[in-house]
Design a protein around this ligand. Structure first.
Ligand code: TYD
Ligand code: MG
Length: 458
């Protein structure tokens, strides 16, 4: 018997190697490399191969002959999703919607079906729920239309057959881990299967101009072949994120061939499905504690939209030798740097304290503009003095403790004002008067010492 050939894949980044390793040589993740048998490719049996399915055209065309007058974008009926997609879905594209199990991916997709199927024939294929369960879910979400077809199926061949019979405009596959190609030996959810099925769906999208949304589960252990492996194959990768105990859900684009990737969509999970949050700042600040030390509000830009975020910090005396540092939603190295600046330039002895930094609502702040609020939250916790609830702070902190101006300051200040804040600490601007929108007092500071004095009176 011929020896079976195998290769190794990293479930985090999809890197392929010939040898197993405890740590992926490409992305550095631990315990993510899994063995995969190389499948003998039997072209005739592979329904995933576009050449056999008759969808494939081999004639090259001149770029000038391609007709683009027809509208290629369509609106999904969910403004927040359209925003993340870059102004609506693109006909004939394949988007992958990834997220942890239970975050609400199926709910989001079924909900957009409600408005999509008004103008488009929509096919929802679920490998996870029966058609009855789908109907019950759709009823709860208030989605009902004769244009919405549902199919409970896991075999790729059957799904492709149903697509050729029904000829839908939009196809939703829930989830890629349950779909399998019978021509391959590997089990559903394995890397070979998810790659093959995604490739088949991609050819369907491009060849037949069907818009495909594919749901993919990601889990932290990476034991299921997650969407990471598929990122390079698809047009658009959206991640749906949210914390288990919070109703706030954030949709962000990790890749988009047809738009920017810096927009986020904010939703709230309610009993009757997802509700778009038009005013994310207000929602993210809704649970702010009154008069507690260690919290400060800042304004970050999510794409072109300013969003207010609350940063919480806790500094507690470290009981044993080395101090603990932890940060959630804020870059760890940046937090360590800010603590060092606070010690050396701000004169606070934070090195003897355990330090925790947390961004409320599951946001990830990767903008230097959040530095100043982080420093003020840390200082407030250290000094055990609350920052006034109507004060916000925006600015980058440099290594000498100086404050640096950030972009879009006027837009950020307007958002701060809109949410009812009365004062905002910002970096001193040379040759420019300290003024902000009406009703907001702008307090300028040249360094963190001045900012701490302005915010905490010390
Ligand atoms: P679901 O969309 O099934 O998650 P996924 O497809 O990402 O695995 O959503 C699951 C969770 O959402 C479940 O814990 C219940 C909750 N949920 C609501 O709170 N309201 C709703 O209307 C629905 C449909 C689900
Ligand atoms: Mg689901």
């Amino acid at each position: 018997m011929a020896k079976k050939k195998t290769v190794f894949f990293c479930t985090e980044c999809g890197n392929e190697t010939l040898k197993w390793a405890g740590r992926c040589p490409a992305c550095g993740a631990w315990n993510t490399v899994v063995e995969q048998e190389i499948q003998p490719v039997n072209r005739g049996a592979r329904s995933g191969d576009g050449r056999n399915s008759g969808f494939h055209s081999v004639k090259a065309v001149s770029l000038t002959e391609i007709d683009t007058t027809e509208e290629v974008r369509f609106l999904t009926g969910m403004g927040e999703l359209d925003r993340v997609l870059g102004g609506g879905g693109v006909k004939g594209s394949l988007a992958l919607v990834g997220g942890a199990p239970g975050v609400g991916k199926s709910t989001l997709m079924l909900q957009i079906c409600g408005s999509l199927c008004r103008e488009n024939q929509t096919l929802y294929v679920s490998g996870e729920e029966s058609v009855r369960q789908l109907k019950l879910r759709a009823q709860r979400l208030g989605v009902a239309s004769a244009n919405l077809l549902v199919l409970s199926e896991t075999r790729l061949e059957d799904v492709l057959q149903s697509v050729s019979e029904e000829e839908p405009d939009i196809l939703i596959v829930d989830s890629i881990q349950t779909l399998y190609n019978g021509a391959l030996d590997s089990p559903p959810g394995s890397i070979a299967q998810v790659k093959d099925c995604t490739m088949a769906l991609m050819q369907l999208a491009k060849g037949r101009d069907i818009t495909v949304f594919v749901i993919g589960h990601v889990n932290k252990e990476g034991s299921i072949a997650g969407p990471k492996v598929l990122e390079h194959m698809v047009d658009c990768v959206l991640y749906f994120e949210g914390e288990q105990h919070s109703s706030c859900r954030i949709l962000r684009a990790a890749k988009n061939r047809f738009g920017a990737t810096n927009e986020i969509g904010v939703f709230e999970m309610l009993d009757n499905g997802l509700k778009e949050v038009e005013n994310p700042s207000q929602m993210l600040l809704s649970g702010r504690p009154d008069g507690a030390p260690g919290t400060c509000v800042t304004c970050v830009m999510e794409g072109i939209r300013p969003v207010l975020a609350e940063i919480q910090a806790l500094l507690a005396p470290a009981p044993y030798g080395s101090a603990r540092r932890s940060s959630n939603g804020f870059d760890y190295n940046r937090a360590s740097m800010l603590l060092a600046v606070l010690e050396k330039r701000g004169g606070l002895k934070v090195s003897t304290c355990d330090a925790y930094l947390n961004i409320i609502g599951g946001l990830t702040l990767d903008e230097p503009a959040a530095d100043l609020a982080a420093v003020l939250a840390l200082a407030s916790s250290y000094l055990d003095r609350p920052i006034a609830p109507d004060l916000a702070a925006i600015g980058e902190v440099g290594l000498t403790g100086e404050l640096r101006v950030v972009n879009n300051l006027d837009q950020r200040l307007s958002e701060v004002r809109r949410l009812g804040f009365r004062r905002c600490v910002i970096p001193r601007r040379k040759g420019k008067a300290a003024e902000g929108p009406e009703g907001l007092q702008v307090v300028e500071a040249a360094n963190i010492g001045e900012a701490i004095r302005a915010a905490l009176g010390k």
